[in-house]
Design a protein around this ligand. Structure first.
Ligand code: OOG
Ligand code: NI
Length: 447
């Protein structure tokens, strides 16, 4: 039998199926996709140089399929099964995020592809948070939540069987892959029927809205999907025209000539009808839409400077003031590809030009790429940031909890506990970017 379906193909199929399902569930997300597609088209039309850069860096093809989503789970067992499910799609846990710094009782990782070809094909990521019941102070409520979670199964039996089959055989046939995508989708589908009565829902909700969201439903519904835009300021400005109410602040760094890391904004979570005990009507507010603009990944040195400047800037009450203030503070962050490279602030991928190929034998391991770039032998392309930012994620969480501009506290990280629940260590994002950069240097003979 031919186990001939690649992980990339399964991920691509799954990401499309999720997007189709979420457009049906939350029609505003469909509107957001249209808005982002319109803006991206306009940006490319007006900026032929950017268009060409994206084509050369293999970035344009992935732009229209690119998105991330987010889910929240309740138990270690759910998290470790998700790890196995995402592995089938070539998605691995990268980085640890402590969201308790936002007053949110979860910690998280992002499942995503890690190698160059997989990222270029479809970089679908799922930001995955695990509820930290130990942060619920009320003991009886904590026990109640744990008991409710212990009873549910967020995976279909066929889904579990297919995951085990894949682990056994190391691959899927086409019918198995199709069945897997359909079964996996069920884990993330929205259910209007809560698994608890209204009193229990309210008690958990009063402790923290997020706890009710994680505990009271039969699955871990996808809570947002996020397309990638080339101009987030424009999308933010146009949202109201499309009937979408944006969150107050765009999170992350300011607008720059060379975009760095990740800028994000979202629309507010919708009030949706739910049923308690199969009949009693109520509402639940959890699901929203988000957009992101991605820039170059930063080295540890660049990231330290980013974190420092972001902390210095603080948060603002309205977006215009906040962005102007950010731009002012971020004047301390060099804003040209050459300076970012020279000062070792960002990661780049190196390629030989045809002239460079012709002079390959003149290039020595350890050579400084800069003069070769100036001579036209080598080009350096910014490596796109594929991960998330804890302060921004905190802002996204908070905007949906109704206290967006609240001060951010220190948190209570517990990476070891998270990894124990996950069943493996998370990968280090800096190592992944460094390896990508070094692979490219080696191909050029620079290493
Ligand atoms: C996740 C929020 C974080 C992002 O893009 O930073 C996030 C959630 O609300 O579950 O998705
Ligand atoms: Ni998100």
């Amino acid at each position: 039998m031919g186990y001939n379906i690649t992980a990339d193909e399964i991920r691509e199929q799954f990401s499309q199926a999720m997007s189709a399902m979420y457009q049906q569930e939350v029609p505003q997300y469909g509107t957001l996709l249209e808005l982002v597609a319109d803006v991206n088209l306009a940006v490319l039309e007006h900026n032929p140089r950017l268009h060409e850069q994206l084509v050369n860096a293999d970035e344009l093809a992935r732009l229209n399929v690119e998105r991330h989503g987010a889910i929240r789970v309740g138990t270690a067992e759910e998290l470790s099964w998700l790890r196995r499910m995402f592995a089938v799609m070539g998605m691995y846990p990268v980085s640890y995020y402590d969201l308790s710094q936002a007053g949110v009782p979860v910690h998280s990782t992002a499942f995503r592809p890690v190698d160059d070809a997989a990222l270029a094909r479809n970089p679908f990521r799922i930001f995955t948070s695990l509820l930290r019941l130990e942060l619920i102070e009320n003991e009886s409520l904590r026990n109640k939540a744990a008991a409710i979670l212990a009873k549910r199964d967020i995976f279909t039996p066929a889904c579990r069987q297919l995951i085990e089959l894949h682990e056994l055989n190391g691959g899927f046939t086409e019918p198995q892959a199709n069945a897997f995508v359909q079964e996996a989708l069920e884990t993330f589908r929205w259910h209007r029927h809560a698994t608890v009565d209204e009193q229990t829902y309210q008690a958990l909700h009063n402790e923290h809205r997020l706890i009710a969201d994680v505990v009271c439903f039969p699955g871990c519904h996808i809570n947002h999907l996020t397309p990638r835009t080339l101009d987030i300021d424009r999308v933010q400005a146009l949202m109201p025209k499309y009937g979408i109410e944006p969150k107050i602040l765009i999170e992350g760094p300011p607008r720059r000539d060379v975009p760095i890391l990740l800028r994000q904004t979202s629309f507010k979570a919708l009030d949706e009808p739910v049923l308690f005990n199969g009949e009693h009507q109520g509402t639940h507010t959890a699901r929203f839409g988000e957009i992101e603009q991605r820039g170059v990944a930063l080295t540890p040195k660049g990231r330290a400077l980013y974190d420092q400047l972001l902390a210095e800037a603080g948060t603002g009450k309205d977006n215009l003031t906040h962005q102007l203030h950010l731009q002012d503070v971020f004047k301390a962050f060099p804003d040209s590809e050459m300076l970012l490279r020279k000062q070792d602030l960002a990661w780049f991928r190196y390629r030989l030009t045809p002239t460079g190929e012709a002079h390959r034998q003149a290039i020595r391991p350890g050579d400084d790429p800069q003069p070769l770039i100036e001579r036209g032998w080598v080009v350096a392309q910014p490596i796109t940031y594929e991960d998330f930012l804890p302060v921004s994620a905190a802002g996204i969480f908070q905007s949906n909890l109704g206290n967006e501009t609240q001060a951010r506290s220190h948190g209570n990280a517990s990476k070891a506990q998270f990894e124990a629940a996950l069943g493996c260590p998370v990968l280090d994002e800096f190592t992944l970017y460094q390896e990508a950069s070094e692979r490219s240097k080696r191909r050029c003979g620079l290493l």
